[in-house]
Design a protein around this ligand. Structure first.
Ligand code: DLL
Length: 433
């Protein structure tokens, strides 16, 4: 039986959801106009005032916010309430450019944790569950968000944070954890380590995993589900919009329901900024209609995906987003061809490899070089050079047919590519340096 955390809103009619969105949008636009001079200026430049926004149908009139705006307004320029009303910040890891620092009122945190509670409930979680949160705690939103959600559901929460894999496994086994929350790459690593320690899927007490913060393929999902003996649910979010829980998967595992009562989603053409119809691939844009401390309007996520409003078997009515293919800024252009790491991952897993790989791109004599380094599994590991070469060729052919360009494939021994406890770093693009 499908469980809901807030059934009334999660299963509300699309008309009712639109009504709620419209009401909140009108109020949010006024709040921003009055309290965020940075955005008000953008509205003035676009010739829009709060009076022009009467419902969701007017959303398109409002200007976009982008990462560049966040950088320009850093650190306090987009804060919508007096600092005395802010109770916390969270921040991104900031590997590219300046960190994003997001602000929260207590009300913002409550709504965020409710979104995470919806996700945990959709994964079957109840107050009978033992939920281990192995996302990083601290500035990263993963740990705090799911920790809060787990408390709201009433699970016994184990706040392990990330890292120290043997200790994670000890807690899973000793405390009989039934739900685990971490990045999919870390889940795969936990699975690998548990297998080595002799635990089969039937020995592991976990029943569900809530995995997100990075792109992962269906093949990787199947792999993790098999090794850990669980059902693996996707969860999406970003710091700018609070963190995990902007969207989450239900039992149908057919895309993630966006919490539409808090976040209005649009898909746009990233080049022309034109709004695209449902079902068309493009960049995801969100308007947060409830968040007061850091009220993002038409925030361009750079995540590429599609939306669908088709009825879902779980009973939820909120629009679903497909697994993001990756960020438009993660997309590699190699010899003119668009390449997403997730496409490479699909080929590797379909050929029986794990998700331990690295993509190395460089430019030599004005030509892009493209190499994929892949770990062999312990079962296929061999020092028979002929066999390794033929496997490399087979993979290279597989990649060629998926991507349309040739990659040099280098197979390496098991466990020689560094594991990640949080988001995996898979691309090394030396062309930028
Ligand atoms: O990654 C929030 C989060 C924590 C989500 C835990 C899910 C679980 P940021 O560090 O700000 O926030 O990174 C946000 O990560 O724009 C996407 O590109 C990517 N991302 C997040 N979830 C997914 C997902 C957190 N399920 C950026 N699939 C986003 C693919 C994801 N990409």
């Amino acid at each position: 039986m499908e469980r809901y955390y807030q059934e009334e809103i999660e299963c509300a009619s699309p008309e009712r959801i639109r009504e709620i969105q419209s009401e909140k949008l009108v109020e949010q636009v006024r709040h921003v106009w009055e309290n965020v001079p940075y955005y008000r200026k953008k509205m003035e430049v676009a010739g829009v005032t709060p009076d022009d926004v009467k419902s969701v149908d007017d959303l398109h009139k409002l200007p976009f916010l982008s990462k560049a705006d966040l950088r320009e307004a850093y650190p306090y320029g987009l804060v919508g309430v007096p600092l005395k009303d802010c109770v916390r910040i969270q921040s991104t890891s900031g590997t590219t450019g300046k960190r994003v620092v997001a602000f929260y009122t207590q009300g913002d945190i409550d709504l965020w944790e409710e979104c995470c509670a919806r996700a945990i409930t959709a994964a079957g979680g109840t107050d009978e569950d033992v939920c281990q949160v192995s996302y990083g705690y601290g500035l990263f939103t993963g740990g705090p968000g799911l920790n809060g959600g787990s408390h709201k559901v009433g699970c016994l929460t184990i706040p392990t944070s990330s890292g120290n894999t043997d200790r994670q496994i000890m807690f899973i086994m000793d405390l009989q954890a039934t739900i685990i929350c971490c990045t999919p790459s870390y889940a795969a690593f936990l699975g690998e380590r548990m297998k080595e320690m002799g635990y089969g899927p039937d020995d592991i007490p976990l029943k569900a995993g809530i995995f997100g913060a990075e792109a992962w393929s269906e093949e990787m999902r199947r792999d993790i589900e098999k090794t850990l003996g669980i059902k693996a649910y996707d969860i999406y979010g970003l710091t700018e919009l609070s963190g995990p829980g902007v969207a989450f998967e239900c039992s149908a595992q057919q895309g993630m329901h966006i919490n539409e009562d808090h976040f209005i989603a649009e898909i746009i053409d990233p080049d022309t900024e034109e709004v695209l119809p449902d079902g068309t691939q493009g960049e995801l844009v969100f308007t947060a209609v409830d968040k007061k401390a850091f009220p993002m309007i038409r925030y361009r996520t750079r995540d590429i995906c599609t939306l669908t409003r088709e009825k879902c078997s779980c009973g939820r009515t909120h629009v679903r987003m497909a697994k993001p293919k990756g960020r438009s800024d993660d997309m590699l252009i190699i010899r003119g061809v668009n390449v997403f790491p997730s496409q490479i991952e699909t080929v590797l897993l379909n050929h029986g490899y794990g998700a331990n790989y690295q993509i190395l791109v460089d430019r030599v004599n004005n030509t892009d070089t493209f190499e994929v380094k892949v770990e062999m599994t312990p079962e296929m590991f061999t020092d028979n050079l002929g066999e390794v070469e033929s496997r490399q060729k087979e993979l290279s052919d597989g990649l060629k047919s998926m991507l349309g360009i040739k990659a040099k494939v280098t197979l390496v021994a098991p466990k020689t590519i560094a594991r990640s406890e949080g988001k995996a770093v898979r691309v090394i693009d030396n062309r930028k340096i």
